[in-house]
Ligand binder design. Sequence first.
Ligand code: FES
Length: 253
Amino acid sequence: MSGAEDIDRRRWFALCSREDLPATHIFETDLLGQELAVWRGPGGIVNVWVNRCPHRGIRLTVGAIMGAELRCAYHGYRYTNGSGACSAVPAQPGRAAPRSLCVKSYPVLEAGGLIWTRLADPEPAAGPPLDGTGDFTPLYGLAVKSRPAEVAIHLAGYRFRPSAALAAPETADESCSTVQIDAYGFQSVARKGRLTSEVYLFLQPVDAQTTNIHGVLCEVPDGQRLEAALRHHAQLFGRLRDACERGVRDRAP
Ligand code: FES
């Protein structure tokens, strides 16, 4: 896997968490070098669109969500939640919008509290390893200036503590094991006595030099435990990013 061009564009990739899509917000991200605009419309529909207006190419992420439509910031063309079809051209009031004008959109899945997409057909037999109904807590995602294969080496050594044990000092009876489930996914289980926590970690190849890490805790701690768990994993992600980027710098000619 030497770069984004080698990666199977048909597979499902995590892009962001459901918390990244509050009402009226257009989330911007890249997948395999493709700029994307991600937003949630009425009915809970999540749109993953090419981040370019089909009229003159302005980024849709600088537009605005108006009810069930996204309005481009330049000439105000509106594109419909779900289909991406142009629904209105302000300069031509009373006339039907041209049918040919439609934002390119990609398939969407919500699973494990994350938003997933794929850039090419046919749909692979294997979907995300999490379903859409369990108790999941998305962790804070993080960008790493490194390629997925390099980040994966560091994620294979991911070690964390059970959420319910974070308030107490670490003890010798704690353990954690991480297994790679595919080229872009890991499952990690931490134990302390009868306390257990499980996380899934996923890689988003942003471009040839950048990888986003997404994480999901397979439980919903309440109150301070939730804050502690989010902080714990954010610290571990930060250390992992620093180690990974340090390795890239050290190998640079
Ligand atoms: S560039 Fe978007 S409406 Fe013209």
